[in-house]
Design a protein around this ligand. Structure first.
Ligand SMILES: [Zn+2]
Length: 457
């Protein structure tokens, strides 16, 4: 049983430099049309902010989802005038961090080289604002290998004491002080919303690196390798009246047996959890810690009249044990839950909305990230079908992924899909699927697939 959630934020509030948010706020985001397009700052910059804003307006977008804080990577850019392959700086921010917010934080933001001499974030936000297109600050939170390498003491510490440098631990007060400063700083920009990505206990397998494993890892073993036992998590456990050292010992014993060829049964994960003493309580603590920490960020943003979107990648059940995300608790402070609609048939939209409503609450707004091209849509009709099926299936918004990564003619497919969705809003919708979908899916196998196992991150 969890007993004492009330104490959770006290140490955090002591080290934040600005007033903690009041408990009263009005959540501005009622269900409304939300058509956004993810984009990276360098692509908007290389397009030219004014020209990019015009393009967004002409496509019928209500928002752009502009990366404000992002992890590393390598991107293939088909239509960027300056680069075709771009190495993304790890853990960088693309706005201008202010001393007002980061003056007292231990963790200092890494400013992207492209934002070093110019507030490109503001330039793009304002250019889009002039065209009537709002901005969602797309903000990667706890996946940050740059900060993890610079401050390893605030990263996830596994049961054996190994640190996961790609993963900042949300129990760490210094990590949360950094994220609150990030949110407060972003709220100073004329943006509509902050979309929070990777606000979770980052699991063992995150594909931040080239993963090297020479043995099979079952879901339970992967979950146990994902658990954090850093001093901050141990201290939170104490407040929850959990004997974390006993849990740690039991988890370590289980994994050592596993590494010796035992514990290989593939039963339901719940029965595996209940076989390890104290593990259920420890997982329950993580669900509550994460939701409380998220509430702190959401309240701050709501006080500044910014909407909060929680990006839950691929999660359609209430509880996700490895990440510690309890969708129902998180949704209480979110204006929308966004998930991916990748590798899906349009007819799956209504069922997915129902699943998320069941997991998070029937009144939560559900947004979907969709790919308006490879490998999910082969023509404008495909994007139209996807868009319509999501909206008619009960979805409240769509974010097209991603301006820099798809070919430029896909903007026109988006324009046609949004136009049709707006025109046909009150008309009955009939699903029509052209051609043999199985043949289309087979054809996709001829492409070389990028090494991304949690797509979209
Ligand atoms: Zn921890």
């Amino acid at each position: 049983m969890v007993k004492s959630r009330k104490h959770e934020s006290s140490d955090l509030k002591k080290i934040t430099a600005y007033p903690s948010p009041s408990s009263e706020h009005s959540i501005p985001g009622a269900a409304h049309d939300y058509f956004s397009m993810y984009c990276y700052a360098w692509d908007a910059l290389d397009e030219g902010p004014a020209s990019f804003a015009r393009l967004a307006r002409e496509a019928g977008l209500t928002n752009i989802s502009l990366a404000a804080s992002y992890h590393g990577g390598k991107a293939l850019l088909p239509h960027n005038a300056r680069h075709h392959v771009y190495f993304i700086e790890d853990g960088a921010v693309y706005f201008r961090p202010s001393r007002r917010f980061f003056g007292t934080t231990k963790l200092k933001p890494r400013i992207s080289r492209i934002a070093a001499n110019r507030d490109i974030f503001r330039d793009v936000v304002e250019a889009c604002g002039k065209r009537g297109v709002a901005t969602t600050a797309w903000t990667v939170a706890l996946h940050n290998t740059y900060l993890g390498t610079t401050y390893p003491e605030v990263t996830t510490e596994n049961v054996f004491g190994d640190r996961y440098l790609h993963s900042l631990c949300p129990s760490q007060p210094h990590v949360m002080a950094y994220l609150l400063a990030l949110a407060a700083n972003l709220a100073m920009y004329p943006i509509d919303a902050v979309e929070v990505e990777t606000f979770e206990f980052i699991p063992f397998r995150h594909y931040a690196f080239v993963e090297k494993e020479g043995m099979g890892v079952t879901p339970l073993a992967s979950l146990l390798l994902s658990l954090c036992f850093c001093p901050a998590c141990l201290s939170v456990a104490k407040r929850f009246h959990i004997n974390a050292l006993a849990v740690r010992k039991a988890v370590s014993r289980w994994l050592n047996h596993y590494f010796n060829g035992e514990n290989r049964s593939l039963g339901p994960i719940e029965s595996g959890i209940s076989s390890i003493p104290g593990l259920g309580e420890y997982l329950n603590m993580r669900f509550n810690v994460l939701a409380d920490r998220f509430k702190d960020i959401a309240e701050l943003l709501h006080d500044e009249k910014k909407r909060v979107i929680f990006l839950a990648i691929g999660q359609e059940r209430r509880l996700d044990y490895p990440t510690g995300v309890d969708l129902k608790l998180i949704a209480k402070n979110s204006d929308a839950i966004e998930t991916l609609f990748y590798n899906r048939h349009p007819q799956e939209a209504a069922g997915t909305v129902r699943a998320i409503h069941k997991a998070a609450g029937s009144n939560v707004n559900v947004y979907f990230a969709v790919r308006p091209g490879h490998p999910d849509a082969e023509d404008a009709g495909g994007v139209i079908r996807m868009t319509n099926s999501i909206l008619k299936g009960g979805g409240n918004g769509i974010s097209y992924y991603n301006f820099g990564l798809f070919e430029k003619f896909h903007v026109d497919w988006i324009r046609r899909a949004i136009g049709q969705a707006k025109d046909g809003k009150n008309k009955p919708f009939r699903m029509s699927v052209k051609g043999d979908m199985s043949r289309k899916y087979k054809a996709r196998e001829n492409f070389v697939t990028a090494n991304v196992l949690r797509p979209g991150i």
